[in-house]
Design a protein around this ligand. Structure first.
Ligand SMILES: [Ca+2]
Ligand SMILES: [Ca+2]
Length: 82
């Protein structure tokens, strides 16, 4: 029991520190979605990564309404929209 608890704790620490490598994320990473590598995800890049989404979801995610997502907007957005 103690061993199970210890390994759970290690996994939890791993999640906090950047994710367990044994549980790959289903969500695309920001760098993959940002196809042109300019540091922002625009609507065409977003739609390509999330074909089932609509522009309303993109605009909701775009907190400062500059029609592009920086990494913090992107991370917050995929956290709430899925
Ligand atoms: Ca881009
Ligand atoms: Ca923005």
């Amino acid at each position: 029991m103690r061993i199970i608890r210890a390994s759970l704790l290690i996994c939890l620490i791993g999640v906090i520190a950047g994710g367990c490598s044994s549980t790959p994320s289903q969500q695309p990473r920001f760098a993959e979605v940002d196809a042109d590598g300019n540091g922002y995800v625009n609507w065409p890049e977003y739609r390509k990564a999330f074909p089932d989404t609509n522009k309303n979801a993109f605009l909701t995610t775009d907190e400062d309404s500059d029609e592009r997502l920086d990494i913090s907007e992107f991370r917050a957005g995929i956290g709430v929209s899925f």
